[in-house]
Design a protein around this ligand. Structure first.
Ligand code: 16G
Ligand code: MG
Length: 579
C-alpha cells in the first residue's frame, strides 16, 4: 500500500473550520444515510454538507481522480435538501463507504471524527499515489442549495484538493456523467461543463435518427411532447437540449413544450407536479388541462431530473393514462428485441445476455410481459438505484427501472461487438442502429433527459403511438399508501435483504400480510391473484405499503386492512416503550 500525500490541517485550523459550520442544535438530530444519500430539512444540514465536502475531497485525493457532490433533495418538498455523492466511476458512492461517511457526519466531536475517518480512508486498499484530485459540485434550484454548496466547497478546500469545480445548477445525471467523463481516458485538458453532456446525448439521438428508414417526403411535422419539469432544475435544460437537436438535425424531429418551469411566483418545486406526484397520485400535474390536452403525449421529470414518467390526459377531470418506469422498461426491451432480431434473423439475440431488473414495486403485469420476451432474464432487487444498477451491470445489455421512473439501459459495448461478429450474414445497418440506440442511455444513472430522447427514439422506431405503448399490457390494480411512523419503529421492520417482497422481522406483522392476502385469494377462488408488502421508507419517516390484486375492489380492501394493521403495530410499539 502506498501512503498518500494527504493534506492534514492543524487541530486549530480544523476547530475553526468546524465551528464555522456548526450543527443546528446540540446534539443535532442524527442523519441516516438514506436510500440515496443524506436528506432532511435544509436547516439542519449545514455541518453535514461541510463534512461531506471534506469526505469528497479525501476520496478525490485518495484516488487522484474526480468525484462529484450534488446538493439536492430530488422530489422532496422545497424546504428539504440533501446531498448525493458521485464516485470516480460516475456511479453512486460505493456502498462500503456509506457507514464510514455516516459516522463522520454524525460525530459529536468533529475533529476526532475526522481523525478516525482519515485512519479508515488511509487503511483502504488500492491507494493511488494521491495528492491531486478534483471535486465537482452541482446543485438543484432550491433556495437553500447555494448556501449548502458553499459549505461543501469549504469542506473540500480544507483538505487541499487540487481543484474544485462548481457547475452551478445541473441535473443529478448531468453531474454523474460529467464526473465519468472527467475520469475517462484522454480527458486531460478538456473543458469541464455541461456542453459535453448535450453533445454526447444530443449526438447519440441524432445518430440513431439518421439510421431510421427515411421519412416520406414532405417530412412530417415534428412530434410535440409536453414536458412537466416539476419547477425544478430540469426546466433549465430543455431549451439547450432542443437547441442542440435543432443544430444537429434539421429540422429537429422533436418539439418540446415546457410546463412547470419554475418561473411563475406561485411555482413551487415538486408541488402538485413532477414524476413522483404523477406516478404516486396518478393525477395530472398542475398546468395540464385535461380537456385541452386530451390524447397529447406528456412527460414529467422529478426535481433533480433523474426520473421520468410519461402520461396522456384521459379527457375527464384529472384522469390520465400513465406509462411509468415499468412501461418504459417494457418499451425499451421491445425495441431492443426487435433490433436484435433484425440483426440476427435466426436466433434473435440468443447468446447475448439481456436482462431487465425491477423492484418489488413493479406491477405484476409488467413482470409477466417481460417474462414472455424471448431470451430476456427478469430479476427483482431491493429499492434504490444502486441495487438495480449493480444487478444490471451483470448483463451484456442490462435494462433497469423502478416503477417511479428511475432507470436506464447499460451496455457492454465490447460484448455486443463480440456477439455481432459471429452472427452470420448480419445486417450491418441494423447493428449500427442498435449501437446508436443504446448510446442514448446514460451509463452512470437514470436520466430524465436521456430517457426522454430514448423513449421518443423507441416510439419512432417501433412506429408506436402513445396509446399503442400504453396498451403493451394492462396493469393489475395496485395501491400504494404510507403510514407515518417514527424512525425507531421503522428500524424494527426488516425487509427481505434481496427483494423486499416480505418482512423477515417482525414475523407477526408479516403473518398478518400473508393471512390477509390468502383470505382475499380464497374468497375469489381460482385465477385470482393478490400480493402485498410492507417496507420502511429510506427517504421519509413513513412505512410504505404496496398492494396489488386482480380487481380494484380487492386491492382497496386489502390496502385498507393492512394499513390498519400497520397503524396498530405502531401503536403497540409506542405503548410498549411507555410501560
Ligand atoms: C430514492 C432513490 C430511488 C428510490 C427512492 C425510494 C436513488 C438515486 N433514488 O429516491 O431509487 O426509489 O429513494 O424511496 O437511489 P423510499 O425509500 O422513500 O421508498
Ligand atoms: Mg430524483
Amino acid at each position: 500500500m502506498t501512503s498518500i500525500a494527504m493534506h492534514h490541517p492543524s487541530d486549530a485550523d480544523l476547530q475553526a473550520a468546524f465551528s464555522g459550520h456548526p450543527p443546528s442544535s446540540s446534539p443535532p438530530p442524527p442523519l441516516p444515510y438514506g436510500t440515496a444519500g443524506f436528506r432532511a430539512n435544509s436547516a439542519v444540514l449545514l455541518h453535514a454538507m461541510h463534512r461531506c465536502g471534506i469526505f469528497a475531497a479525501l476520496r478525490a485525493v485518495k484516488t487522484n481522480q474526480t468525484v462529484g457532490a450534488m446538493v439536492t433533495a430530488s422530489h422532496n418538498v422545497e424546504p428539504d435538501n440533501g446531498i448525493k455523492l458521485v464516485d470516480p466511476t460516475g456511479g453512486m458512492l460505493e456502498q462500503s463507504m456509506e457507514p464510514i461517511l455516516t459516522e463522520f457526519v454524525n460525530a459529536d466531536d468533529a475533529v476526532q471524527g475526522l481523525r478516525r475517518l482519515l485512519e479508515k480512508i488511509e487503511a483502504q486498499p488500492g491507494v493511488a499515489n494521491g495528492g491531486g484530485g478534483r471535486v465537482v459540485v452541482g446543485q438543484d434550484t432550491r433556495q437553500s442549495s447555494e448556501r449548502l454548496v458553499k459549505a461543501v466547497k469549504d469542506g473540500a478546500q480544507l483538505m487541499g484538493v487540487e481543484s474544485i469545480v462548481d457547475l452551478g445548477e445541473v441535473t443529478t445525471p448531468q453531474l454523474h456523467f460529467i464526473v465519468q467523463q472527467c475520469n475517462a481516458a484522454g480527458a486531460e485538458g478538456r473543458r469541464i461543463g455541461e456542453s459535453v453532456y448535450f453533445e454526447h446525448f444530443g449526438g447519440a439521438f441524432a445518430r440513431f435518427w439518421s439510421l431510421l428508414p427515411p421519412s416520406p417526403s414532405p417530412a412530417p411535422a415534428p412530434s410535440s411532447l409536453y414536458v412537466d419539469a416539476a419547477n425544478g432544475v430540469g426546466a433549465l435544460k430543455i431549451a439547450p437540449l432542443g437547441e442542440h437537436l435543432s443544430a444537429t438535425l434539421s429540422p429537429s424531429p422533436l418539439s418540446l413544450s415546457l410546463l412547470n418551469d419554475g418561473t411563475q411566483p406561485t411555482d413551487q418545486l415538486n408541488e402538485e407536479c413532477g414524476a413522483e406526484y404523477v406516478q404516486k397520485m396518478q393525477r395530472l400535474p398542475r398546468g395540464f388541462d385535461a380537456a385541452e390536452m386530451v390524447g397529447k403525449r406528456c412527460c414529467s421529470m422529478d426535481g433533480d431530473a433523474d426520473r421520468l414518467v410519461y402520461f396522456s390526459p384521459g379527457g375527464e377531470s384529472d384522469h390520465l393514462i400513465l406509462c411509468d418506469g415499468d412501461k418504459m422498461a417494457a418499451l425499451y426491451c421491445t425495441a431492443i428485441q426487435r433490433m436484435l432480431a433484425e440483426i440476427d434473423l435466426q436466433d434473435k439475440g440468443k447468446g447475448l445476455r439481456v436482462g431487465v431488473v425491477q423492484t418489488a414495486y413493479a406491477n405484476g403485469a409488467s413482470t409477466a410481459f417481460l417474462d414472455q420476451l424471448p431470451h430476456v432474464d427478469v430479476r427483482c432487487v431491493k429499492t434504490g438505484v444502486k441495487h438495480l444498477h449493480r444487478a444490471a451491470e451483470e448483463y451484456d445489455v442490462g435494462v433497469y427501472f423502478e416503477a417511479n421512473g428511475h432507470g436506464t439501459v447499460l451496455v457492454k459495448r465490447e460484448r455486443l461487438g463480440e456477439w455481432a461478429s459471429v452472427v452470420e450474414g448480419r445486417d450491418e445497418r441494423a447493428y449500427e442502429r442498435l449501437v446508436a440506440f443504446l448510446g442514448i442511455f446514460n451509463q452512470t444513472t437514470g436520466d430524465a433527459l436521456a430517457d426522454l430522447l430514448a423513449t421518443e427514439a423507441a416510439l419512432k422506431y417501433l412506429n408506436m403511438s402513445f396509446a399503442d405503448w400504453a396498451a403493451l399490457y394492462t396493469e393489475l390494480p395496485c395501491r400504494q399508501t404510507k403510514v407515518a411512523l417514527p424512525r425507531w419503529v421503522l428500524n424494527r421492520l426488516q425487509p427481505h435483504p434481496e427483494h423486499e417482497k416480505t418482512l423477515t422481522q417482525p414475523t407477526e406483522l408479516q403473518a398478518s400480510v400473508d393471512t390477509a392476502v390468502s383470505s382475499l385469494i380464497a374468497q375469489h377462488g381460482d385465477g385470482y391473484s393478490a400480493r402485498a408488502f410492507i417496507r420502511p421508507s429510506g427517504t421519509e419517516d413513513v412505512c410504505r405499503l404496496y398492494v396489488e390484486a386482480t380487481t380494484a375492489e380487492g386491492a382497496d380492501r386489502l390496502s385498507d386492512e393492512l394499513k390498519a394493521k400497520i397503524s396498530q403495530f405502531g401503536a403497540q410499539m409506542a405503548k410498549s416503550v411507555m410501560k
